[in-house]
Design a protein around this ligand. Sequence first.
Ligand code: ZN
Length: 64
Amino acid sequence: MIRGFYIYKCKDCGKTFWDADIEKNCTADSMPVYCPECNSSNTKICLFKTLKALLKGEYGGKTR
Ligand SMILES: [Zn+2]
């Protein structure tokens, strides 16, 4: 189940990118999101950046 799209920030290389927040099986946990730059799973949601981008009508490179 996809809960939404968020901007994530990689704590290893500092890259920010859009990805989906996906439920892990039927738990409340989220699937780990991997950085497209360095493939690290050390990423976290940037809720503030996501809201700002949504308000500006930006959806990153995702075409849906
Ligand atoms: Zn990275």
